[in-house]
Design a protein around this ligand. Sequence first.
Ligand SMILES: [Cu+2]
Length: 149
Amino acid sequence: MLKRLLVLCVAVCLSVLFVLNAGAGNPDVELKIKVNKDGFSDATGRLIDAPFHVKKGASVRVTFLFDEKTSEVLRDLMRAAEEQHGFVHAFALHNGKEIVAETKELGLKNRQATLEFIAGDKGAQNYKIYCTLMCFGMEHLHDLTIEVG
Ligand SMILES: [Cu+2]
């Protein structure tokens, strides 16, 4: 009796895990982008200066990674809280007509933020990603482009 209950319990737990995994899913395209006051850069630290291309209908996840050194942001704890705020970002995804997704704030306290969307949804042909906050580097953080097709 106890054994049967245990088997049932394991089965239920496994199926819950399976459903959760299916829900999270893996996107077709995953872009990891480092963010600092000099702009957007790739995994090797090279600044991104060309659009990304994704196929229509692809599920896309853009992951932003905070790439500012803690010591630089805090300047040995001498920097005022007001100035530290310049190192906080939040990114919007614009499809040419409207914002279709936004990240949570990215900064020292939250070093990773994501955007997810389906490429070409509602007829979109390209997307712009830009920071919506006043920040250090805002002049470099306004023109990440994703083209569909
Ligand atoms: Cu910003």
